[in-house]
Design a protein around this ligand. Sequence first.
Ligand SMILES: Nc1ncnc2c1ncn2[C@@H]1O[C@H](COP(=O)(O)OP(=O)(O)OP(=O)(O)O)[C@@H](O)[C@H]1O
Length: 326
Amino acid sequence: MSNTIIKTDGLTKQFGKFIAVNNINMKVTQGSIHGFVGPNGAGKTTTIKMLIGAYQKTSGTGSIAGHSMGSIESRQKIGYAPEKSEFYPQMTAIEYLVYNGKLAGLTEENAITKAFELLDLFEMTPFAYKKPIKFSSGMKKKITLAQALINDPEILILDEPTANLDPESRMFIIEILRQFVKEKNLTVLISSHILTELELIVDEVTLINQGQIVLNGKIEEIKNRFNQGVFDISTSDNKKLSKQLDLLNWIDRVVRTDNVVKVFTKEPDRLKQQISHILLDLNLMLLMFNEEKITLDNIYKSVFKKGDQQESINNEEINEVSEVTE
Ligand SMILES: Nc1ncnc2c1ncn2[C@@H]1O[C@H](COP(=O)(O)OP(=O)(O)OP(=O)(O)O)[C@@H](O)[C@H]1O
């Protein structure tokens, strides 16, 4: 049984006449890593700022762990790391973390203990008494994340946490997040315009474009929905196999190359069920049978291509794809 910890209903934000976030329905499951993905200007930061209570909504509702978005109770549940942190020029890393810990309601003693624990976790202990303003972007990002974790939040909201980082720092941060989710049942909402790196860690995803949600759901369900039904098959006689498959009206296309028969079908399960009978009838030996797995990146590309053609996707379609199982 999974619970929804973040939920929005018709959430909307207008800046003057411009609708930055347009009537979005979004669900995030407790204990999941949820990718919030869309191109630049899609409305990710605006949505996040409403969720953390930094922006007033124009209309709609949002709840965080059962509390109204923006309320003190909801804010206490959240740790937030902005895309770019502002550091006070004179503050050292430890002072910055303790200051933020106290702002989040910790006693000085607890804030100090927690700050040193987090510096250790992010391998930043040697820099405790140095000033973050002078750090590299990777080091600044680690301090920003440590700040977001200082009050042991239930929900961590990260705006572009790995933007402008080298691959090693990205993997380091991703690993720490993975560890936290596993150990503390933390829910993580990560916004990014790059899907490939998120693909490794996210359980769920929301795709947003031009202020509207295009897709919201669990990765496996989404992948199944977009399942292409493309198979690579190799047998002792590929010519014979492709001739036979070509005769079947539920097979859309068969392409034979030297070693492989590529098969396209809208009925992938039927092919999986029947392939052994087909081979037996033809007296063929199976050498390879692979279903091409669709990547999240391909889904992203196909969804945004569709979005471009349609300008926007209407609400009925959004409801059809908004299915994070409760
Ligand atoms: N304070 C504001 N006043 C007016 N327009 C704004 C304001 N903040 C954001 N916008 C506009 O709202 C839209 C969504 O911006 P937002 O920053 O939420 O996008 P984003 O998906 O986070 O993009 P990025 O990945 O570039 O950060 C953009 O067109 C942006 O120009």
